[in-house]
Design a protein around this ligand. Sequence first.
Ligand SMILES: Cc1cc2nc3c(=O)[nH]c(=O)nc-3n(C[C@H](O)[C@H](O)[C@H](O)COP(=O)(O)O)c2cc1C
Length: 215
Amino acid sequence: MNVLCINSSPRKNGNISSLCRQILKGAESKGHQTEMINLYDYNISPCIGCWSCAKNQKCHIQDDFEMLYSKIEQAERIIFGVPNYWCNLPGILVNFIDRHTGYAVWKPKEGRNFGKLPSIRSKIKVMWKCLHNFGPINPSFHKKQYILVIAGTSPFRYLLGEYKGILFMLRKYVQKLNGKIKKSIIYTDTLFRLRKNKESKLLKKAFSIGACLVK
Ligand SMILES: Cc1cc2nc3c(=O)[nH]c(=O)nc-3n(C[C@H](O)[C@H](O)[C@H](O)COP(=O)(O)O)c2cc1C
């Protein structure tokens, strides 16, 4: 199986990178093919909201996004490594997700002549169809499975709900791409490193998640 990790932490030896590497090692131990993408190594411009993608199903900005998107298309399992930045995703990952719009907006043929549809009933029908079919046309996206790895500073912050925004956005992203979140790891207590045994437990858990990936 083809397992892809999208790491949105700039620290290649930080918590996210270590956990993601363990998942990939676990997957490799079972013969799966793996790849780690460090988003900070690529040029991903922000979306400029021009909506040309809604017409062309393609973004006109020339950078690394399309190449990265094609890797997502090919992967069967996708791991998202996400550090908590100000209770949200790091900016580079937000840019990356925004740029999916042109590839994930699905528009039925009737939608192109929406203004010319004869009745309110037919308009509502088309609108309903559009809303319920948001997501890539490419069938390889259906039921793609995702694993989330999130890290932040302390368990108290977790209890204060600082991770809600991240989880909400990633769940929406996966849902809109017709995928499924299979597992998630949330790693806290990173600043003081008081709980070394918790850290090694999580690394083991990450390895076993990778080793238990099945078709
Ligand atoms: C710009 C920035 C903002 C951060 N904001 C938060 C935050 O709001 N809540 C939190 O729990 N940790 C926050 N952190 C801490 C990181 O989430 C934490 O150190 C995490 O482990 C970083 O992952 P990494 O080691 O893979 O880089 C922030 C760190 C940075 C650099």
